[in-house]
Design a protein around this ligand. Structure first.
Ligand SMILES: *[C@@H]1O[C@H](CO)[C@@H](O)[C@H](O)[C@H]1NC(C)=O
Ligand SMILES: *[C@@H]1O[C@H](CO)[C@@H](O)[C@H](O)[C@H]1NC(C)=O
Ligand SMILES: *[C@@H]1O[C@H](CO)[C@@H](O)[C@H](O)[C@H]1NC(C)=O
Ligand SMILES: *[C@@H]1O[C@H](CO)[C@@H](O)[C@H](O)[C@H]1NC(C)=O
Ligand SMILES: *[C@@H]1O[C@H](CO)[C@@H](O)[C@H](O)[C@H]1NC(C)=O
Length: 947
């Protein structure tokens, strides 16, 4: 169902009329001025049966875990009885709250189903009431999954009511919980309710939440060695070899061990990163299941309704599919307990990176088609509800266009017609591949290979994908060969106007490898840019009337504050914060573009005297100048855990950082001047890591996956002086803001310490908003991540200074700069080691050098553990100074080229040939160096030893 804003507003007013109360969305309410803190002595909870038994148990556990001497939390059969006895209680001093979740007795009364059923699918309502001066109640109930997405899915979406569950988690949030990192829910020190509005002598506050888009999906990119990669593949750790029951006993790193020892997240983990212990690291699949559970819970708490991941396989793994089949079944069933649709991403012919591709393209076509059908049957029988796929043989190469379309049609029609389910394909933003036999209906040019789905069965949905932090109209400085992603927006709108197939916008919230999360670079700009894109699409959709069902977000890792990007991005598909006034403005804006003579533009011109059309557009057309305000208000989901005193300063700081990142890392203004050559002077390019797989294609003049830069050995480049200027400004700005973050942490920490000393024994004053250690830990993560961003900038700046052609090679200054850079790495190392104790999974799962089901021999944060990119840059700078020679691109390679990229085989051969003829003058002894490009060393790199 397409949500009609007008309808929602009409309903809002209907509700207001009925109960004469204020009606808010949660986001609006969170940003209101704080009036009063209500803390309760006794909390009684009832949980209706439409929540389902599994989530019911989970909610009970969360709420009762907060029961303390000061606050009793009790789950009862019916809270109405408590309210009925209220005459006895109104005389007591105790403040009482009753909570009714789902179709409990009190909810059914507060939220009559006759009212509820007039709302759009998946909506929920929450009613907060004051009954007596000391007696309050909270009720929540909602509507099940939208029928448009629950066609013939593999579970009963009416038995576990999506809206009732989502509403229950919203109630938890109103009482102080926050679902931030997917594996670490935030628990408040006590259940409390912030009254942010005057009752106006009406004793109710009503919240109404309606999802803007019917499809709100996350894709966990398990082709990368992430937190949940093994468990979602149905694998133990290690995948082969010793595991099973004994693992539980001998591994002190496992999740199970930590749970048994009660090592909660708010206490430091014992995991010892200095690896003095020799016990091998292992985890059983069964023990990791709780992490998936936590992620599912996070998903619905943040408004998602579809989750998918990519399935892997490799001929070397032997036959373990029977085990994996039953494990997939358990994983999908667990998701269904939350009323989430669970999907699998399975490549058709894309053999890159251990994808479990369906067809052998060397077989006759009929056999290939049968392979596709067999695979679809297998996957749906293991409980998945929808399927997506990837096109081509890899991101960068493709088979014949006819064949591809034929295979797409088989895939889509079998899923649509035989299974009555949904399928979709990722539309990648790689460049340079065209189909000469297929013409782009928009202009008659040969079709971009990635846009081929437009010629396929209408059951095949599309997922137009953009990469990295950039919004559609940001300059992407050549990443993946693109200047910007406006062509992807155009394609999305073009398909949307055909109204033929399902469309989800497919952005992302981190980029692994090299670019950001594994440096690591703290980039809250990701979340801000996703909101910006979502709002732009929402405004355009309203004015231009095209069809789009929502968002899929490409997710690749959560530590170092990246969860914040995921939280705001997920919420953006529930509520993109658009309003009807702006829709009108945008409509005028569009009309103006088509018809120069319309009134608003002319009036504006008259009033302003000399205002030009461009100026008018800049002021009134998207992106609206409120783009940061809306992001700002969404950050309150996180910052409100610090209470009314600190929420705003923290929100302001993060927003300020995103503006800085837009100016310095994307637009890369140099001292407020426009950038003279973004293709080589993009701020982010200097902070990102560089490895063999960026250097090689660069040498060959091919496009690559991140913006280019002036390299350390190119001090004669005409842009070199700008590099130094840009880096200097970045260093200054990031240092300043990092200081401000530290100051805020210090203040909050002091406040917390003070609270600790004064409130332990006596009943505290009711007005006081209590902090806890977990809140401090969350803030420390943000501040550490911010500090690492600053240190990385400082290090890179030092290295460029040290290679400045103005310095003589022998100069003391050069040596001193290089030494300072090493000192910065040491400082970063200390922060990383501290952070590793706080990772939400054992650090070995995501940061060690170990074999795993992906093609990489290390976890996604190994490059952070070793500070690989920092040291590689250091090694290059020092060698230049000592020997006046460059390292080859193969220097410190850590990838198995053939394993990663069978699809790159063509290029690999080209590269080797190119190498043999061109690369003798390098620092290392030729030809041994070539071997380094093809395969990493058998052991883990140790720095600085291996430089
Ligand atoms: C609550 O909802 C469940 C599932 O829809 C239903 O079976 C049950 O009868 C309902 N309970 C009440 C009291 O309405
Ligand atoms: C609320 O009621 C009190 C008396 O019951 C009255 O004094 C006050 O002005 C009222 N406030 C509003 C906003 O109506
Ligand atoms: C619906 O799903 C069931 C399995 O849950 C499957 O057997 C059936 O073929 C599907 N298709 C239709 C049209 O019902
Ligand atoms: C199958 O495709 C048609 C378009 O041809 C679409 O209307 C229908 O909703 C699709 N079915 C499912 C289950 O997605
Ligand atoms: C996007 O890039 C194209 C060239 O690839 C250019 O023509 C267009 O003006 C750019 N759009 C924006 C918003 O920068």
């Amino acid at each position: 169902m397409v949500v009609n804003l007008g309808l929602v507003f009409a309903l809002l007013f209907a509700l207001i009329g009925r109960i004469s109360a204020q009606v808010y969305t949660l986001d609006d309410y969170r940003s209101l001025d704080f009036v009063e803190l209500l803390v309760f002595d006794k909390v009684y909870v009832e949980i209706g049966s439409n929540i389902g038994p599994y989530v019911k148990r989970r909610l009970r556990k969360h709420l009762t875990s907060l029961s303390s001497n000061f606050q009793k939390v009790e789950v009862v059969d019916e809270v109405k009885q408590v309210l009925n006895r209220r005459s006895d209680q109104s005389t007591s001093e105790n403040r009482i709250l009753t909570v009714s979740l789902g179709n409990g007795t009190q909810s059914l009364e507060d939220i009559p189903s006759s009212e509820l059923t007039t709302l759009p699918w998946e909506s929920y309502t929450i009613v907060f009431k004051q009954h007596e001066s000391n007696i309050f109640s909270l009720s929540a109930n909602g509507l099940p999954l939208d029928p448009s997405i629950r066609k013939n899915i593999s579970f009963n979406a009416l038995a576990v009511n999506y809206g009732a569950i989502a509403g229950s988690y919203a109630v938890l949030e109103l009482l102080g919980f926050a679902f931030l990192h997917p594996l670490e829910p935030y628990y408040p020190p006590e259940l409390r309710f912030s009254r942010n509005t005057d009752f106006n002598n009406r004793s109710e506050i009503v919240f109404l939440e309606t999802p803007y888009w019917p499809q709100r999906a996350f894709h966990l990119h398990t082709q990368h060695p992430l937190e949940l990669t093994e468990v979602l593949q149905g694998h133990d750790i290690p995948q082969f070899g010793k595991h099973g029951a004994e693992c539980r006993e001998f591994s002190e790193y496992s999740t199970a061990y930590r749970r048994d020892q009660n090592l909660s997240f708010s206490s430091r983990h014992t995991a010892n990163t200095s690896s003095t212990t020799t016990t091998p690291y292992c985890e059983r699949w069964e023990d990791m299941l709780i992490d998936v559970d936590s992620f599912y819970e996070w998903s619905i708490a943040n408004g998602l309704n579809m989750i998918e991941w990519l399935l892997l396989d490799n001929f070397k793994w032997g036959d373990e599919l029977t085990t994996r089949f039953y494990r997939f079944k358990r994983l999908t069933q667990l998701g269904h307990q939350y009323s989430l649709l669970i999907g699998a991403d399975v490549p058709i012919g894309n053999i890159q990176q251990h994808g479990w591709y369906m067809v052998n393209v060397r077989l006759p076509i009929q056999e290939q088609k049968q392979q596709i059908k067999d695979r679809i049957d297998w996957i749906f029988h293991s409980g998945f509800d929808f399927l997506t796929t990837e096109s081509g043989l890899s991101e960068f190469t493709h088979p014949e266009c006819d064949l591809m379309i034929d295979l797409f049609n088989t895939f889509a029609s079998y899923i649509n017609e035989t299974w009555s389910r949904q399928s979709a394909v990722k539309v990648h933003c790689s460049t340079g591949q065209y189909c000469s036999d297929y013409l782009d209906p928009r202009n008659g040019d040969p079709m971009n290979f990635n846009f081929l789905p437009t010629f396929t069965h209408p059951g095949l949905g599309i997922l137009p994908h953009t990469v990295q932090m950039y919004s559609f109209d940001d300059p992407t400085a050549g990443s993946y060969g693109n200047n910007n992603f406006t062509y992807m927006e155009d394609y999305l709108v073009f398909e949307g106007k055909l109204k033929k197939r399902n469309i989800l916008y497919y952005g992302e919230t981190s980029y692994w490898v090299n670019v950001d999360i594994d440096v690591p670079l703290f980039l809250p700009i990701y979340g801000q840019r996703r909101i910006k894109d979502l709002r732009k699409i929402a405004y355009r959709k309203n004015v231009e009337n095209f069809h789009i069902s929502g968002q899929m977000n490409f997710d690749s890792g959560w530590e170092y504050g990246y969860w914040l990007n995921d939280v705001v991005t997920a919420r953006g598909s529930w509520n993109p914060h658009i309003n009807s006034e702006k829709i009108e403005l945008y409509r005028q804006c569009m009309n103006n573009i088509e018809d120069e003579g319309t009134t608003p533009f002319e009036q504006e011109e008259d009033r302003a005297g000399k205002r030009t059309k461009a100026q008018w557009k800049e002021k009134n057309c998207p992106p609206f100048s409120d783009e940061y305000d809306e992001y700002h208000s969404m950050l309150r989901i996180f910052s409100n855990i610090y209470g009314p005193k600190y929420a705003l300063p923290l929100t302001d700081l993060i927003t300020q950082l995103t503006k800085l990142q837009s100016n310095l890392l994307i637009h890369s203004y140099i001292r407020n001047r426009p950038n003279p050559n973004l293709k080589k002077l993009s701020g982010i390019a200097y902070l990102s890591g560089i490895d063999t797989w960026v250097e090689l294609p660069r040498q060959l003049g091919l496009s690559f996956t991140q913006p280019d830069k002036v390299h350390l050995y190119e001090s004669d480049d005409i842009d070199w002086p700008y590099v130094l200027e840009l880096l200097q400004e970045m260093e200054e700005e990031f240092e300043k803001i990092s200081e401000e973050f530290h100051l805020l942490l210090y203040t909050i920490q002091e406040d917390y310490n003070h609270q600790q000393q004064t409130t332990t024994l006596t009943r505290r004053s009711e007005e006081q908003f209590l902090l806890n250690q977990q809140a401090i830990d969350y803030l420390e993560e943000i501040i550490d991540s911010m500090q690492l961003l600053y240190l990385r900038t400082k290090q890179v700046h030092l290295l460029y200074q040290s290679n400045d052609a103005d310095l003589s090679y022998e100069s003391k200054r050069r040596k001193s700069l290089l030494q300072q850079s090493r000192d910065v790495i040491e400082e970063a190392k200390n922060i990383v080691q501290r952070r590793e104790q706080y990772y939400r999974v054992p650090w070995q799962r995501i940061a060690s050098w170990r074999e795993n089901p992906t093609v990489y021999r290390f976890g996604y944060l190994w490059a952070v553990h070793s500070l690989y990119y920092w040291w590689r840059d250091q090694g290059i700078a020092e060698t230049l100074t000592k020997t006046f020679k460059r390292h080859s691109p193969c220097y410190l390679n850590r990838m198995d080229s053939t394993e990663v990229a069978v699809g790159w085989g063509k290029y690999t051969l080209e590269w080797i040939r190119y190498f043999v003829t061109n690369y003798t003058p390098f620092a290392s002894v030729f030809p041994l160096e070539i071997v380094n490009c093809l395969t990493p060393p058998s052991h883990e790199y140790q720095f600085p030893r291996d430089l």
